[in-house]
Ligand binder design. Structure first.
Ligand code: RB5
Length: 149
């Protein structure tokens, strides 16, 4: 079981709530970084960065960040050093983001994915073991880019 940080903007709030229920039911600990409602318009960089900081700061093992498209919040999360945030759209990209890219933040677009597809993405991502071999050198190169900025 893992500690999973969740964050969204207003557009992702309802999906965040659905994912929180699913994760809790599966026995994971949810670290909900907000927002606490979907009525007020909020800014995705605030929540994408919060999820990223929670992961690299070891307040959570992994993070999930959600906005309308998943684009803005993935860009924001990836600005936090050590974050490998992946915007995924289906079970295949979710699985490969973990296997090949060791994504430590999963990003979802609530306005472009159905709820069940999003939940399937989360399940596939959590079920996938990060790959080794050829992937590790590539990840080292990403870490070097991160360290150089
Ligand atoms: C909010 O209107 C929207 O811009 C946001 O949820 C996201 O899609 C940005 O990338």
């Amino acid at each position: 079981m893992m500690r999973i940080a969740l964050g969204s903007d207003h557009a992702g709030y309802d999906l965040k709530a659905e994912i929180a229920v699913a994760l809790t039911s599966a026995g994971h600990e949810v670290v909900d970084l907000g927002p606490d409602n979907g009525r007020e318009s909020v800014d995705y960089p605030d929540f994408g960065s919060a999820v990223g900081h929670a992961v690299v700061g070891n307040l959570a093992d992994l993070g999930i960040a959600i906005c309308g498209t998943g684009i803005g919040i993935s860009i924001a999360a990836n600005k936090v050093s050590g974050v490998r945030a992946a915007l995924v759209h289906d079970v295949t990209t979710a699985r490969l983001s973990r296997e090949h890219n060791h994504a430590n933040v999963l990003c979802l677009g609530a306005r472009v994915l159905g709820t069940q597809v999003a939940l399937d993405c989360v399940a596939a991502w959590l079920d996938t073991t990060p790959g080794e071999g050829r992937h590790l050198g590539r990840l080292d190169k990403i870490a070097a880019l991160d360290a150089a900025r």
